[in-house]
Design a protein around this ligand. Structure first.
Ligand code: APR
Length: 279
């Protein structure tokens, strides 16, 4: 189906019908997700009214130097922040949106590119997931070399210890003890969670694999991304520049050839159902 025909199709049909048509006509699909994809699993987004950065300012919490400065000046704030990040992720389960993305693999080739650090796409069953901002479950050396993976059970234990540390005495030593599985603090040096904070290089090799995937896809579904953080925000444009069509799913209007207004857990199952019915 040539691009022109596709464009007129997109403009003239109900968005859901147009999106389902695009998906059915695709072989290689990239699903690009942001915090909105996990909101219905109980994990706050970053920039919505109840978003993380509303309560924890970016300059204090979104860079490693900022975190170290805040840990020295006000350890309880860092314990609060670590708990606010860790607890919802440790206790989260894939929502209907994650499940639909995994289900999509039965119909087309799917590569998931996610900005999320919550591990929910893998847990829902997707086989290829590129975590471009890292993962809360992966521990690396300060230079980024792999050390180990932590289980969700381990993260739950860490968040319970953090909950006590943020409320009690000796907050800093107890916080460091609670997050020790991330930090190591043994003879072999200091470790850290594999997270990409502002100013960091993107997580290798996930980033180069993601660029390759979007350049070779024929449809990109963007789910719950505000599109304000670079270089991740370039991915939909890179896909379009190589001829792919972009479907965006978000309660707010976001860029794309077809915008499906609504939440991930509502729209994704309906889209997969509309595109592939009971196949
Ligand atoms: N379903 C779908 N989309 C949703 C839902 C939902 N249930 N709830 C909110 N959204 C949308 C919002 O409208 C918004 O467009 O999800 C988007 C969330 O935007 P952000 O909070 O900016 O999150 P994200 O785009 O993932 O942020 C990018 O910024 O802070 C850094 O590293 C962090 O990976 C993150 C990056």
């Amino acid at each position: 189906m040539n691009a022109l025909w596709k464009a007129s199709l997109v403009n003239h049909q109900q968005p859901m019908t147009a999106a389902a048509e695009l998906l059915r006509d695709s072989q290689n699909v990239v699903v690009f997700t942001g915090a909105g994809a996990s909101a219905e699993s109980g994990i706050p987004t970053f920039r919505d009214d109840d978003g993380f950065w509303r309560e924890f300012p970016v300059d204090e919490f979104a860079t490693w130097p900022g975190l170290v400065r805040t840990a020295i000046s006000c350890p309880r704030r860092v314990a609060e922040f670590a708990y606010a990040v860790l607890h919802p992720i440790a206790s989260a389960k894939p929502n209907a949106g994650h499940v639909a993305i995994a289900d999509l693999e039965r119909h087309v080739r799917v590569i998931v590119v996610t900005q999320n650090i919550d591990g929910l796409h893998g847990e829902a069953g997707n086989t290829i997931v590129h975590e471009i901002h890292g993962s809360l479950f992966e521990v690396v050396t300060l230079r980024g070399r792999f050390v180990k993976l932590l289980s969700r059970r381990r993260l739950l234990k860490m968040s319970a210890a953090l909950d006590k540390a943020r409320r009690g005495w000796l907050c800093l030593p107890r916080t460091l003890l609670a997050i020790r599985p991330w930090l190591g603090l043994v003879l072999r040096g200091v470790h850290r969670p594999k997270l990409v904070l502002f100013g960091d290089a993107m997580a290798g090799p996930a980033w180069s694999q993601s660029l390759n995937a979007v350049r070779n896809c024929d449809c990109l579904i963007q789910v719950g991304c505000s599109g304000v953080v670079w270089p991740a925000a370039q991915l939909p444009q890179t896909a379009r520049a190589t001829g792919a069509r972009v479907i965006s799913i978000d309660p707010q209007r976001t860029a794309g050839d077809v915008w499906l207004r609504g939440t991930a857990a509502e729209i994704l199952p309906a889209l997969v159902q509309r595109a592939f019915g009971a196949e």
